[in-house]
Design a protein around this ligand. Sequence first.
Ligand code: NAD
Length: 253
Amino acid sequence: MDLGLNGKIALVTGASKGIGLAAAQALAAEGARVALVARSGDALDEAVRGIGSAGGEALAVVGDVSRADEVERVVAEVRRRLGDPQVLVANAGGPRAGTPSGLDEQAWADAVQLTLMSTVRLVQATLPAMRRGRWGRIVTITSLSVREPLLNLTLSNALRAGVTGYIKTLSQEVAAEGITANNVAPGYTATARLAELFADAAAERALVETIPAKRLGTPEEIAAAVAFLASEPAAYVTGQTLLVDGGIVKSLM
Ligand code: NAD
């Protein structure tokens, strides 16, 4: 299937490793010109070099998406060096773990900036040009926690629900303008983030046993869903959350 992404300009945040990096690689492999954003230069430069040596076009932009001024600067730089993003993949590291009673005011404030407001601001910065071009694809990376809240991941549970509500509302506003907005909700995926949450091999084995597919997902499997939602053939899919979870979520919706 031709995804129709050749020559499209894409902005992927949280892209120096894990799911964000795999999403950037997948879009570049489809011929998109991809700007990769993360906070530190070295890993990011390596990611961009990797895409280049695979024959893709990529640009590194250092920035922290949890800060309003940084989002504005990053998008302005992408616009100047590559052009207006037509595809936005809004992603960042997950918020810290913690129980409902174990999180202070600062933890909440930080997580709101990182998980919810980064998405809102990235959309605000890129949407006007998508509207002018009457074409756009917005994809956020959320989590299986939007369907089944996870014990000890209170901030993720609460704020990704907020992202999901925001994206659904946005999808309705822009549906007639050739712009879609969707979420990809990963299940347990083999990245640095997961390694952080499950410290030892026994805990990982116990977790894998609970997954119907009997294995972790790969970043590339999450990225394939991102590439589809960013594609031309996905033009009529909007306001959705696509779970990529090896079957672990048991609910119907
Ligand atoms: P990861 O930690 O491997 O990678 C996160 C990326 O985001 C890195 O490139 C990091 O440098 C970047 N980043 C972090 N904070 C940033 C900031 N403020 N500004 C810019 N870049 C920033 O994470 P991952 O496993 O690839 O997960 C990506 C997202 O998916 C996270 O939000 C995570 O919570 C969520 N998720 C992951 C899993 C999983 O099993 N890995 C499951 C469900 C949801």
